[in-house]
Design a protein around this ligand. Structure first.
Ligand code: ACO
Length: 277
């Protein structure tokens, strides 16, 4: 439980509040002086919970600070408190979500730019209250408020605990490999990863919010096959069926500056042109 020198009850009119870049609880009502007081206290709460989350994940600096939230118009922090705990009540957990424009691989290995993909950015329940259902309560409230579903969320560098949490509560097990730090689950692209996508985000060139690109990801990582049975398939040289393609991550050959022909070594030229002995 995280207690503060001030009474948190006026800030938590309900057990779970939402805070955005104005650093005020969504339930807040008050005059200018109260507003200033509330933002000062919310800053302290967010910074403290952000620091505890970082420590718990072994990160050198927090993902969540009030200063960062103030500068992001597309992020929301959900905070869970217990007003009955201690003298001043206690804050129990934090969940930060937002939207991101991401280059992502779908299940067929195509690179897509997804605009405003729902993203789970930071998640923490105090150690004294973990594994008692509070994380599920916080996460489910967020899904309802944002009108998201769990399989449509990208997750920024999830910990083992979060992977286990998503598996247990939302049945999310099958990951679509990505070249960045985000984890996606099957179902993120609505069409069973067949390539049509469902539009997690907003449209960028196609009617579904997904944009198949010739992106830096594709250029950078070269032709790769990451399916679990890649060695077996390579050995048997079997034709790739559409179904098998679902398992693959393939990328086009590098082109542009990443695919430029290597310059001929000048020593090789000297040797080639030298008169034969
Ligand atoms: N080890 C393994 N799995 C765990 C653990 C743990 N220590 N704690 C929670 N879980 C998973 C399990 O699936 C567990 O089910 P089980 O007890 O039957 O095994 C399930 O979560 C419990 O669900 P809740 O009680 O609803 O979740 P909880 O209140 O524990 O909150 C959370 C989950 C937020 C992941 C919490 O464990 C936590 O704060 N962990 C430390 C910080 C962390 O790793 N945060 C995620 C970072 S990555 C990111 O934010 C994008």
């Amino acid at each position: 439980m995280v207690e503060f020198r001030f009474d948190i009850k006026p800030l938590f009119a309900q057990p779970i509040i939402k805070v955005t870049s104005n650093l005020l609880p969504n339930t807040f009502r008050g005059d200018r002086r109260q507003c200033l007081d509330a933002t000062t206290k919310m800053t302290e709460i967010i910074d403290k919970l952000g620091q505890l989350s970082a420590t718990s994940q072994g990160l050198s600096k927090p993902v969540t600070t009030a200063q960062r939230l103030r500068m992001c118009d597309n992020q929301t922090i959900y905070l869970l408190a217990d007003n009955e705990a201690g003298h001043n009540g206690a804050v129990l957990g934090l969940l930060k979500v937002g939207t991101k424009n991401l280059y992502l691989f779908d299940g067929t290995g195509k690179t897509r730019m997804v605009e405003q993909a729902p993203s789970i950015l930071d998640f923490y329940v105090h150690e004294s209250r973990q594994r008692s259902g509070l994380g599920k309560r916080l996460f489910q409230t967020m899904l309802n408020e944002e009108q998201w579903t769990a399989s449509k969320c990208s997750v920024d560098r999830p910990s083992e605990k979060l992977l286990s949490f998503l598996s247990k509560h939302y049945g999310l097990k099958r990951i679509i490999p990505q070249a960045n730090n985000f984890v996606l689950y099957e179902g993120f692209f609505n069409d069973g990863e067949s390539g049509n996508g469902d539009g997690n985000g907003h449209d960028h060139g196609t009617p579904n919010g997904l944009h198949i690109t010739n992106s830096p990801n594709t250029h950078l990582f070269g032709a790769t096959y990451l399916g679990e049975d890649s060695n077996q398939r390579r050995g048997s040289q079997q034709q790739t069926t559409p179904n098998a393609r679902l398992q693959q991550i393939t990328q086009i050959s590098p082109s542009g500056r990443y695919g430029a022909k290597r310059p001929t070594c000048s020593m090789a030229e000297v040797l080639r042109d030298a008169p034969q002995a």
